[in-house]
Write a protein that binds this ligand. Structure first.
Ligand code: NAP
Length: 225
């Protein structure tokens, strides 16, 4: 969907909103970017925020999956803008940054949601080091790099915020040795969150959140032991 069509669509949705949703009209709609949003938690974040009047940029590494997700929401009269983003690709991050700069000139909220658990993730003594590298690349370095790239645009916002979707599995207090690559990546993400929060204190709010167990492709149908 192009920028103009998107804005027209958004107006339609806004005019359908109940009076409890006061984002539209009174204040300019927050521009929210969500990574890994073609399915699972990211998709639902997009749906709920766009339905409340935010200007949502749904990103996904697959163009087809991203467009399908945006169309699914449009069928529910929830309008989002799709833009491709592979969080492990420098080129893809640079293209997204340029798109945001050109189209909006600012960003209000960055939600680093994209994440992976590799099928062969395993206990610490057995986990394949390539699995560790790939998992860190997506779950930790992706959000880190995105923050670096997008902070200049977030600084143009009145109420800028970065939310990193983390996991209790990365917390020292809950640390065990299964899913070693995933756990390490989320511990690293927590550390990155604290560093950025410290560096950006008073300018950009930076938090990490654990959604708890959610029935998605990653979460599975049964809670992990
Ligand atoms: N579900 C839970 O119980 C649970 C619990 C705690 C924390 N979390 C966290 O919540 C977040 C969302 O999880 P979920 O349950 O919604 O998982 P999910 O259903 O498996 O969705 C993961 C999303 O991340 C995307 N992704 C993977 N690699 C990517 C990359 N390189 N670039 C861009 N996108 C990429 C996937 O895209 P593709 O479709 O292209 O693979 C997909 O859209 C993750 O950070 C996860 O660690 C989940």
């Amino acid at each position: 969907m192009d920028g103009k069509g998107h804005r027209q669509g958004l107006q339609k949705v806004k005019s359908n909103q109940s009076s409890s949703s006061k984002l539209a009209g009174r204040v300019r709609a927050p521009i929210v970017l969500v990574t890994g949003a073609n399915r699972g938690i990211g998709f639902e974040i997009c749906r709920q925020l766009a339905a409340r009047g935010a200007e949502v940029i749904l990103t996904a590494r697959s163009k087809d999956a991203g467009n399908t997700a945006a169309s699914k929401l449009a069928a529910q009269k929830v309008i989002v803008h799709f833009h491709p983003l592979d969080v492990s690709s420098r080129k893809s991050i640079a293209e997204l940054r340029d798109f945001l700069k050109r189209t909006y000139g600012r960003l209000d909220v960055l939600i680093n949601n994209a994440g992976v658990i590799a099928k062969n993730d395993s206990r610490a003594l057995n986990v394949d080091m390539d699995t560790v590298r790939v998992t860190l690349e997506v779950n930790a370095f992706g959000p880190f790099h995105l923050a670096q790239a997008l902070v200049p645009l977030l600084q143009a916002s009145k109420h800028p915020r970065i939310v990193n979707v983390s996991s209790g599995m990365g917390a020292f207090l809950e640390m065990e040795s299964d899913y070693a690559a995933y756990r390490l990546s989320k511990t690293a993400l927590n550390a990155i969150t604290v560093m950025l929060a410290s560096e950006l204190r008073g300018r950009i709010a930076v938090n990490a959140a654990c959604p708890g167990w959610v029935k998605t492709d990653m979460g599975g149908r049964e809670r992990r032991a």
